[in-house]
Design a protein around this ligand. Structure first.
Ligand code: FE2
Length: 262
C-alpha cells in the first residue's frame, strides 16, 4: 500500500500547489492507494469551509487530518461532525464536533487514520499517548489486528513527536508530524516497523514565514500589536511524505520525504 501525505495545506497558495502536485507525483510514483492531507490551514490560513472541503476532495484527496485551527470556522462544524473523510485531533473533549480516528476505504483497501495533537506549547488538551492506546485498540477491533494505520501528530515539539513514534512503534504503520510547517529530515522506519517523520512540512507559499507574508509577521514581532496576516503567494511548493506499507503486516517498508516546487 502506497500513501501520499501532505503536511499542512496553507491558504489558497497551498490548495493551488496541491492541485498541481498531485498529478505530477501520481505519475512519478505510479499512483497512490490513498492521498491524505492535513487541512487545518486550508481556508484563509485558519480552519475549513464546506466549499474548500469539496475543492480538496475534487483534487483526489481521500482523507484529511487537522489540528488546533480546525475549530476556527464554526460554519464548518456540521460537516466536521457528519463527514467520515475528515478528522480532528482525537484528544479534544468528546463533546467537540467530529471524530479523531476512523477507517477510510478506497478500491477495496482499508486505512485507519488517527489524528492527535501535542500538549507542549499547544492549547491544554488530553494526553495524546493515552488517547492513542484507546484509539488503536478500537481501530484494530473494527479493521483487524494488521490494519494499516496512519497517525498525524499535530504538535510543536519534536521530542514529543519522536517519543510518540517510539511509543507506537510496531502498533501503527506511520507516525508523521505536522503543525510547524517546516519539513524535518529525520525520516526513518523505527525498529519495530513504524515509519516516522517529525514534520512533513507545508504545502503552500514558502517565500514567507510558515505560509504567511513575512512583512506582517515581522511587524507582529516588532511591536506585538494585532496584525492582519496575509497568505504568502511566493515560492509555491508541495511538502509531504510517501509511505509504503506491507499490507499483510500493516507495518512500513519505506518512507520518503517529498518536496516539489509547483
Ligand atoms: Fe496547527
Amino acid at each position: 500500500m502506497k500513501i501520499l501525505f501532505s503536511g499542512d495545506v496553507a491558504w489558497s497558495s497551498g490548495r493551488e500547489a496541491l492541485k498541481k502536485a498531485i498529478p505530477i507525483l501520481k505519475q512519478e510514483h505510479g499512483g497512490f492507494d490513498f492521498i491524505i492531507i492535513n487541512c487545518e490551514n486550508a481556508a484563509h490560513g485558519k480552519g475549513m469551509t464546506d466549499k474548500i472541503f469539496a475543492e480538496l476532495i475534487s483534487y483526489g484527496v481521500d482523507g484529511m487530518t487537522s489540528g488546533n485551527h480546525i475549530w476556527d470556522k464554526m460554519g464548518f462544524y456540521p460537516t466536521l461532525h457528519a463527514e467520515t473523510r475528515i478528522f480532528r485531533p482525537a484528544n479534544y473533549a468528546s463533546s467537540c464536533p467530529g471524530r479523531g480516528y476512523g477507517i477510510i476505504e478506497r478500491k477495496g483497501k482499508k486505512l485507519g487514520i488517527l489524528n492527535l495533537e501535542g500538549q507542549i506549547f499547544m492549547p491544554p488538551i488530553d494526553n495524546p499517548f493515552l488517547c492513542a492506546d484507546v484509539a488503536i485498540e478500537e481501530l484494530k477491533a473494527e479493521g483487524g489486528e494488521n490494519l494499516p494505520i496512519f497517525v498525524d501528530i499535530h504538535a510543536e515539539a519534536t521530542s514529543e513527536k519522536l517519543a510518540l513514534g517510539y511509543y507506537l512503534d510496531g502498533r501503527v504503520s506511520a507516525v508523521v508530524g505536522t503543525h510547524t510547517h517546516v519539513q524535518t529530515a529525520d525520516e526513518k522506519v523505527l525498529p519495530k516497523g513504524t515509519a516516522y517523520l517529525s514534520d512533513a512540512g507545508m504545502t503552500g507559499g514558502h517565500g514567507g514565514v510558515i505560509g504567511v507574508k513575512y512583512e506582517s509577521v515581522i511587524s507582529k514581532f516588532l511591536d506585538g500589536l494585532p496584525t492582519q496576516f496575509e497568505g504568502c503567494d511566493k515560492d509555491l511548493a508541495f511538502n509531504g511524505v510517501i509511505v509504503e506499507i506491507n499490507e499483510a503486516s500493516g507495518l512500513a517498508e519505506k518512507i520518503m520525504r517529498v518536496q516539489l516546487k509547483t
